[in-house]
Write a protein that binds this ligand. Sequence first.
Ligand code: GLA
Ligand code: ZN
Length: 683
Amino acid sequence: MKYRYPFPFLVHGGDYNPDQWVDTPEVWDEDMRLMKLAHINSATVGIFSWSLLEPREGEYEFGWLDTVMDKLAANGVSAILATPSGARPPWLAEKYPEVLRVEESGVRNEFGVRHNHCLTSPVYREKVRHINAALAERYRDHPALTMWHVSNEYSGCCHCPLCQEAFRDWLKKRYHGDLEKLNFYWWNGFWSHRYTSWEQISSPKFRGENSVPALKLDWRRFVTEQHISFFENEIAPLKAATPDIPVTANLMGTYDGINYQALAPHLDLVSWDSYPVWEQGENMKSAYTCGFTHDLMRSLKDGQPFFLMESTPSVVCGRGVNKLPAPGRQALASMLALAAGADSIQYFQFRKGRGGAEKFHGAVVDHGGGENARVFRQVAKLGRELERLAPVAGTRCDNRVAILYDWENRWATDVYCGYNNDRRDYVEECVKWYAALTECGVGADIVSETADLSKYRLVIAPCLYMLLKGAEERLASYVKNGGRLVSGYLCGVVEEHDLCFMGGVPAGELKNVFGVRATETDALPAGMPGKAGYNGREYAVEHVCDLLQADTATVLGSYQSDFYAGTPAVTVNTYGEGKAYYAAFRNDGGFVRDFCADILKDAGIGPDTGITAPENVFVKKRGDYIFVLNFSDREQTAGLDAEYEDLLCGTRRSGKLTLPVCGYAVLKKTDSTGGHDVCKMDQ
Ligand code: GLA
Ligand code: ZN
């Protein structure tokens, strides 16, 4: 057996922690038997194995892992081998305290938990390099090895003296050694904060400097770069020994501590861990947020398929109340991932641990053991379905619309002080537009404002508060050349150091692009909305809104309340060959949905497929495959415009497609006409 990425099949598997069962190796044989029954073809091993692999400094014990890797290979299960830096052995922390993380308080953590390490410590980097090199040397030619899983969920930051020094060095480079430049960009004249030496600078802390937005932004950029260099340090020995084996790191969706758009180019493929909250009922908020995040993860590497590295096969354990999701929910969520471009469905974890913090977290194999448990049977059923869906592997989504989402803008939106400090909701605002597109049957890429936009017919920028270098020109030329751009409120307010643009908002040429000026911004207290009219309907104005002066723009809607009643709230402007819309107010009701439908119509962007679906049924297209996913709380019927092959049933369908709660179908248009077999989906 020798698999090579990209695989011609969908990967099904997940975190496998045989190191927890090293004293009862008969469990490993039972695991192999159960993996087969669950149609599992991949196991991610060694994520937290450091204390077993290197029980004493420099003494490696690979015997147990050799056995496990051999068993995996013998059973046709590919191994995704992890580097163990996510958690370290006690001896390492005891001997080299500098590897432990220092929190914002300035106090060094004691040994414990995981992810508790300094990103800068040369000792830690060296120890990680050594263990990674040993793993890579040992398994470079092992037939089970297919991919490297680097560390685990990189996150957090460290405030130790080494990190402070590294931060200052990073700042020196960024500001070309010119402290006056830094004083200017951080606006340190305010509150008498001008530095006279680099040594006076420290990371943002609640007991220290926490009022300078530009410092907070630079710190987050620095933390991202420390993660990238930590990652590069980790993969150097892997790449040296196994240049053809791809490396990934499991990301966490919209986690805001690392700019994944900056990290992604360093990964061979993106993978991420998805744990949506499925309460009872429709859960549409979760469904949209989850779909949005999958699309964001796919877009990190220009549409390349990603891996769903972790999900729970049943329940989680860390929330206040850990409700069992409805049967079928996990499978439906898995189909959503596939529809968005995932080439894998993987779980945390294969077998539940007996002890430790996560012993009640859902797993494929429960403490009761065996293949007859409900969750196991669900997983096995999904495994069989994934085998039928093999042709989907490697296919790409081709979208005409993009939503702008970037970590830089999110950070900037989070750190300023003003307007509505209670309701910034960067992610939620982006998801709102995503939901509106989904309801119209239109898929979207989720890209940064620095991405190449030329391939999109419509670009939606819900929160374009910060304009990074070149963004103004790029957006203007996009519209000039025929693109359609939509902006929400607070557009083009600051440059990359959170310095306000002089001369009004939106910045520079964007005033001409949108044909408006935002002269002031109002914030509305919770429960005290204003009103705006658009297209003969009335909408609540909530949380925040810009007051506009229309220069060349046509007014499509106006405020109907407060001292600015009668002034523009929604506008459109022709600029070059394109059009730019400005939606100046926030509304948590149906405005975005109605407005989005109008814009799509005006742009001539119809649904991605000919399938008509009722509310809360997603229709998502990936390559030639169409996923119809029933997220509603009742049986639903979609209308098929042509004849389709149903991949899961292996039959042909036309006319109507009825799906039970949590039901799904994966369809591909057929060329020929044929019999209409009735498919009995065993949901
Ligand atoms: C994360 C981690 C896993 C496990 C799961 C479940 O995604 O990567 O190791 O802790 O959460 O809680
Ligand atoms: Zn540190």
